[in-house]
Design a binder for this molecule. Structure first.
Ligand SMILES: Cc1cc2nc3c(=O)[nH]c(=O)nc-3n(C[C@H](O)[C@H](O)[C@H](O)COP(=O)(O)OP(=O)(O)OC[C@H]3O[C@@H](n4cnc5c(N)ncnc54)[C@H](O)[C@@H]3O)c2cc1C
Length: 408
């Protein structure tokens, strides 16, 4: 439906932000008969979702530190939930998503403690690590002195997830910039936003409810759409990361997905992808990326090299066939109160205030739980509607961070 000449539109529910959370919420609400649409300012998943390492965690990382918070149990359920979607047995049908690997490796740099003793005993995890015999280890982990285990945590390509989540609802997606509005409604006025779309055209959109799923963008949206009393507005925190990347031909950079753990910490998490030029890319996360916030890019690459030397004995880190890069990114999460520091949430945040709902899934793997919680809060809609944004600009899928990186 092209907007009427007055450029006014109305919807039952407006979602802002098209990362994994917003797209999953949109699909869920459409399934429940909501007249819903989603506005994305940039490209779908730009920010966290497209950069995510794509590991569908089952809770082992939490078990390493011995935590048994409520959120851990939720994460432990997630691999089974995703399995039904990836098999196309539940909506959204994610059978088109590229599953990079059906399992991750888990290994240590020393032989002092066994991985199985460290994790399995602490928590009734559904995805328990299975120790691998030396002959069954991948070549790249053959020289590790400690245990190497296999963990049935899938690794997915996140651009393919964003594609699968968005393609059936394309006409409910609008690329545009919110330039004003108010999430507060009463008997005489509805919540509204002014949206600038490509070419400078402006649309005024009214709705019954606004759901904020804009990741790090939620902070500015809350400021704009919910002005006033700080104490009653959802608060956000950012946890910065400095991610390293390595790129090279597949012979020099084998497929590897997994975590090297030291005590309770994940020293480095390595995931593999394929760049548009056909070369393999490793993303290096975990502690390396957390401590790396203090380092400049050159120092971070040096730290990444020495980390790989230590955790992958025998791997040729110095071959000129590899190139190196890094990028900075923030994890955006709910901050529990306006007075506390940056305590990590362990579960999804779905907060309904008088005016709107704010969503932070905390982890990509928890997106289905976030969508189910939103759906429970808002209930059923008034029935299916014409797609609201047909013939208006549709946001593209964001490019992964390695595509526009500078390589050294
Ligand atoms: C490096 C990294 C690795 C990670 N790895 C994993 C992992 O392996 N497994 C896991 O479970 N989790 C992982 N995570 C966490 C996971 O990526 C996030 O929890 C999840 O992607 C957040 O999704 P989101 O939709 O809330 O936010 P985002 O993905 O950030 O999406 C927000 C969207 O809103 C849009 N937007 C922003 N402002 C506005 C605005 N004003 N108007 C309209 N649109 C707006 C953005 O362009 C973006 O498309 C990782 C995170 C990072 C940073």
């Amino acid at each position: 439906m092209t907007p009427p000449p007055s450029n006014k539109m109305s919807l039952e529910t407006l979602i802002v932000g098209g990362g994994v959370a917003g797209l999953w919420v949109l699909d869920r609400l459409l399934e429940n008969g909501h007249q819903a649409g989603l506005i994305e300012a940039n490209a779908l998943g730009q920010g966290q979702s497209v950069a995510a390492q794509g590991i569908l965690h089952g809770g082992v990382k939490y078990a390493l530190s011995g935590l048994l918070a409520p959120g851990v149990r939720q994460v432990a359920r997630m691999p089974d939930v995703w399995a039904t979607h990836l098999a196309g047995e539940a909506r959204p049908d994610l059978s088109g998503v590229t599953v990079r690997s059906k399992a991750c490796h888990l290994w240590r740099t020393d032989s002092m403690k066994s991985i199985l003793g460290m994790t399995g005993a602490k928590l009734a995890l559904k995805t328990k690590p299975t120790k691998l015999a030396l002959k069954d280890r991948p070549a790249i982990l053959r020289h590790c002195p400690g245990d190497v285990a296999l963990l049935s945590e899938r690794v997915i390509e996140t651009p393919s997830l964003l594609r699968a989540l968005s393609e059936r609802n394309r006409d409910h997606l609008l690329q545009g910039r919110i330039i004003g509005g108010c999430a507060r409604g009463d008997e005489s006025t509805s919540p509204w936003v002014d949206v600038e779309v490509r070419g400078g055209e402006k649309i005024m959109l009214t709705c019954n409810l606004i759901i904020l799923c804009a990741g790090g963008g939620n902070e500015a949206l809350i400021e704009m759409l919910m002005p006033g009393d700080d104490l009653h507005r959802p608060a956000m925190q950012r946890r910065p990361l400095h991610m390293s990347m390595v790129k090279g031909p597949t012979e020099a950079l084998p497929e590897l997905n997994g975590h090297c753990v030291d005590g309770a910490a994940t020293r480095v998490t390595i995931t593999s992808s394929t760049a548009a030029d056909g070369q393999r890319v490793w993303q290096l996360g975990g502690q390396l990326s957390e401590t790396g916030c203090e380092r400049d890019p050159e120092a971070q690459t040096e730290a990444a090299r020495s980390c790989l030397r230590a955790v992958l004995p025998g791997f040729d880190v110095d071959t000129p066939r590899l190139s190196w890069s890094s990028y900075r990114i923030d994890r955006a999460e709910h901050r529990e109160s306006h007075t506390t520091g940056t305590k990590r949430p362990d579960d999804v945040t779905v907060l309904r205030t008088r005016e709107a709902i704010a969503v932070w899934p905390t982890k990509l793997v928890l997106a289905p739980r976030a969508a189910a919680m939103v759906s429970r809060l808002v209930g059923g809609g008034s029935g299916p509607s014409e797609p609201p944004f047909r013939d208006l600009p549709t946001p593209p899928i964001a490019e992964p961070p390695w595509e526009d990186a500078e390589w050294n």
